[in-house]
Design a protein around this ligand. Structure first.
Ligand code: BMA
Length: 403
């Protein structure tokens, strides 16, 4: 065993060095996957479907990536809550293969999340997505359980939420609500009462200074304790074994040259994480600064390369957990920037999925805010070509992810 482990690590090191020198073509690369074919699973007691999802993502990642969209079934640029609709569907004729949802305001006991999506409907759409064979992920723009301040209120951090802290019980109550919601996610007609597999992405972008669990308000060791407490409590006390955990710092605060150290700020450890995620809008431009430089594309590629290489070393999956270009002001964004970046080399191609953020409804929100085109939007043709590329997986392309 000792020798096998060493041999395997040795081969991985060789693959890592050679491909970083670009001496290994992507044709040779799938062979290297043999050494990485089992992705490390953080929860030894994960349900069979959850374990299958993780390994299936690992199987398809070197040749494909799954395309995801936040809130895709709930609303779009000019519609709200209409059965069967999705802006992705209207442009490509297909649904995304991964659906993202946000639980913000579940902690307050509200009927709707912070963007107005009713939790009852969310539950229905999550189960519908699962039933279609799609992958489901959840984030949580959580109100501070102790102070009631929004996610973005940064004057109080997470310290008092830890065991022994004056607001600890409020955190426990919040996690109990989460558990109640997740436990209700059981498909109709499925025997037993096991909830469906979910990629859970709590406490995201913690290396930024805009959330109360972020760097400005919460110290690194407190953050690590908060994450570990969350996972331990959900696994041990709530007996939830349907969760894959995604860690997702923000690219804007990662030093690309010193990537590993900078990326791993606040990392709770391999037993608490399944997916090394990255939230990267930073390298894809903003309308206020509409001229995107080639340097940004290089940085996008470099960030994905380094992320994948780190994930490979840890036998974890890499993913673009949040990304995209707000308002899609570049007509060829999908092909020239997003796809070119993801297809740039063997490492960038090794990400398991890429999810873009939500298409806010024009009438309900103050500003234009959308990440996939609607019919007639200037990047719609480029999105169609992105859809047709063999590497991008939409719903109809997806193999069975749960067996
Ligand atoms: C942010 C923005 C906000 C939204 C929040 C939670 O990135 O889209 O408008 O409320 O996510 O979905």
């Amino acid at each position: 065993m000792y020798q096998i482990v060493n041999y395997r690590d040795f081969l991985k090191a060789i693959v890592s060095v050679l491909s970083s020198l670009l001496l290994v073509s992507c044709n040779a690369y799938p062979e290297s996957q043999a050494y990485n074919s089992r992705i490390h699973q953080s929860d030894p007691n994960a349900t069979p479907k959850t374990a299958a999802l993780l390994q299936n993502l690992g199987q398809l990642k070197s040749r494909h990536f799954i395309f995801g969209h936040q809130d895709s079934l709930a609303y779009g640029v000019e519609w709200w809550d209409e059965p069967g609709r999705s802006d992705v569907l209207e442009v490509t004729g297909d649904y995304p293969a991964l659906y993202g949802w946000d639980l913000g305001h579940l902690e307050l006991g509200h009927a709707e999340n912070l963007d107005g999506v009713s939790f009852e409907s969310m539950k229905k759409w999550i189960l519908q997505g699962y039933d279609q064979g799609a992958v489901i992920t959840m984030s949580w723009h959580m109100t501070h359980p102790g102070t009631g301040g929004s996610s973005w209120q940064t004057d109080v951090g997470a310290r008092d939420l830890l065991p022994g802290g004056k607001h600890h019980q409020a955190l426990v109550d919040t996690l109990d609500r989460f558990s109640g919601f997740v436990r209700s996610l059981v498909p109709d007609g499925e025997t037993g009462s096991r909830p469906i597999p979910i990629i859970f992405r709590p406490w995201h972008e913690h290396n930024g200074d805009w959330f109360w669990w972020g760097k400005k308000s919460t110290q690194e060791d407190t953050y690590i304790k908060l994450w570990r407490f969350t996972v331990d409590y959900l696994r041990q006390e709530k007996n939830l074994h349907n969760l894959l955990y995604a860690f997702s710092p923000d690219r804007s605060r990662i030093d690309i040259v010193n990537f590993d150290k900078s990326y791993l700020y606040g990392y709770p450890g391999d037993k608490y994480v399944d997916i090394l995620g990255l939230d990267n809008y930073w390298d894809l431009g903003h309308e206020a600064n509409a001229k995107i430089s080639d340097k940004q594309l290089e940085d996008f590629i470099e960030s994905l390369t380094r992320l994948s290489r780190l994930a490979f070393k840890k036998d974890k999956l890499a993913a673009l957990t949040e990304s995209g270009q707000d308002t899609l002001f570049e007509p060829d964004f999908w092909t020239n920037r997003f796809l070119n970046g993801i297809m740039a080399n063997c490492w960038t191609q090794d990400i398991a999925y890429a999810m873009v953020w939500r298409n806010a409804n024009f009438e309900r929100e103050e500003r234009r805010h959308f990440y996939v085109p609607y019919n007639g939007q200037k990047s719609a043709d480029s999105f169609q070509r992105f859809y047709e590329h063999k590497a991008s997986l939409f719903l109809s392309d997806l193999p069975n992810m749960y067996d």
